[in-house]
Design a protein around this ligand. Sequence first.
Ligand SMILES: *Cc1c(COP(=O)(O)O)cnc(C)c1O
Length: 445
Amino acid sequence: MTLSELLPSLGCEAADRLEPGLWPRRTHLGAGGELLFAGAPVSHLAARFGTPTYLIDEAQVREAARAYGRALPEAEVAFAGKALCTRGVLRWIAEEGLSLDTCSAGEIAVARAAGFPAERILLHGNAKTPEDLKAALEYGVGRIVLDSLDEVEQLGSLAHGVQDVLVRVTPGVRGDTHEAVTTGTEGQKFGFSLRSDVRDNVDRAVTAVLAQPSLRLTGLHCHIGSQVSRVDRYEEAARRMIEVLVRVRENHGVALRELDLGGGHAVPYVARDDSFDLTGYARRLRVALAYECSSQDFPMPRLVIEPGRAIVGAAGITVYRVCAVKRGSRTFVAVDGGMSDNPRPSLYGARYTARLIGRHTKAARTPMTVVGRHCEAGDVLAADVYLPDDVHVGDLIAVPCTGAYHHSLASNYNLVSRPPLVSVHDGHATLLVPRETEEDLLRRC
Ligand SMILES: *Cc1c(COP(=O)(O)O)cnc(C)c1O
């Protein structure tokens, strides 16, 4: 139980300020309860672009990208495009000098349309289709991360020149995160196993790749999961991966020069969530790698990391309008979006906070549940959040930390149009992605 649950009046006090660390840095409360987002009044943005709308603070995305460059100047930082993949966003990422993770022909098409340099693109995926592989080869992406023996063969025969590849390893490290986003352990679908009794194991993968004249093995990859806040998990993964590199050198006579440790760095969604200590991560990773390499007499590999959520997550908010307030044993505040623009609560129990914006009220705050408009009881956006008792139809509700895995995970379930994505910079709004129209819907129905 939190302090504000024990003392509801605290919820009222707290209503006069934004929960620290959860809202984008340039988000402030203004006069009359207005929320200012990167210098623009959110009620004006809601009037101009409608609701629900995804807002993203361009400067914060760029700053997050730069923070990685500063923390780990020796590493290649690849933005995991699946977190938020639009041409506009990918242009910022390209301008900030980052590389890009993709995992489908579709994401490669968007990267291509954004003019993202091909040599800085990686292609991932546990089940790449021939179309994915062809799109990658045609654009000439820098590296393809191989995830099965079948894929080694397929890519080997499709590649004409020489394609640089990495092999994805299952390092057996738990990210301590939701099972649906745990990707570094045995018994899930990603990567080659370290167990020699398994057909798709690392040694067989390396043998298979080295036998393909059109593939050049540059290194190994692992990704332990998503929303991981414990730095020791990354140290552990780094140590294990150096051991694997040493074993590859022993068994195959090649000293691979690249080590990709994936992404997954956590972002706080609600007050009790841990945040990710980027500086500590950089320092401890550097020490772990240096120690492990020198004790095993292995040349320090070039480090690649792949943050997605940590670049864009905290830079975005979603703005909804209240459609109905239902009072009973629990008060439900139903808004004009829901699991179509944010499926994360129903997918893996993700928690969010929410606040009333756009007007000032002295009404007491009580716990309410913000729900969506979809035909599923699990369509909850934020449970037990403190909202003013006088919340009513037409009010605006803002939810922070919606920059990652919202636009990219959205559906048009119930044929609800997907929201627009609006970037805001110095008070100026730019429509990056328009709202889905009836015409868009009819093209598919
Ligand atoms: C999803 C994914 C990432 C990024 O994960 P975040 O949690 O957004 O940082 C990085 N690498 C791979 C291979 C992924 O699948």
